[in-house]
Design a protein. Sequence first.
Length: 134
Amino acid sequence: VSNHKQLILFVAMIPAVKFGCRMLPQIEDVISFFGMMIEIPILWKLAIQIAGLVTTGVSITDEHICVRYCKGMQFHTIITNTDCLVKIEVQQHLWQRWFGTCHVILYFQAEMTKKCKLLTLNYQDVQELFSEFL
């Protein structure tokens, strides 16, 4: 679920719980409890995704590349030789053009091909950073 859908779900739960409490006042405590228990994981995932957007990045020095990104609920860091970088895809949707951002998919060759998707990177920075690879 993307960040905006998580945020909508988080905000929509509040009136849904209040509506449920008004419709069934005899079990108001149960509805409030389960409403809060549903809110906690949504808020946790949203916080992780926002932290992932802030910490996502790429740096290239001499012969090494360092990639930091978040996938699901896990943070990943890859440090490898630039020789292992097999393919780079830059995706820019219509709304990303307005904000000057893009998604970058990096493919690394090791024992198996590893795919890393980096979300919402600055398009100009990507063009400068990967100019020798694109």
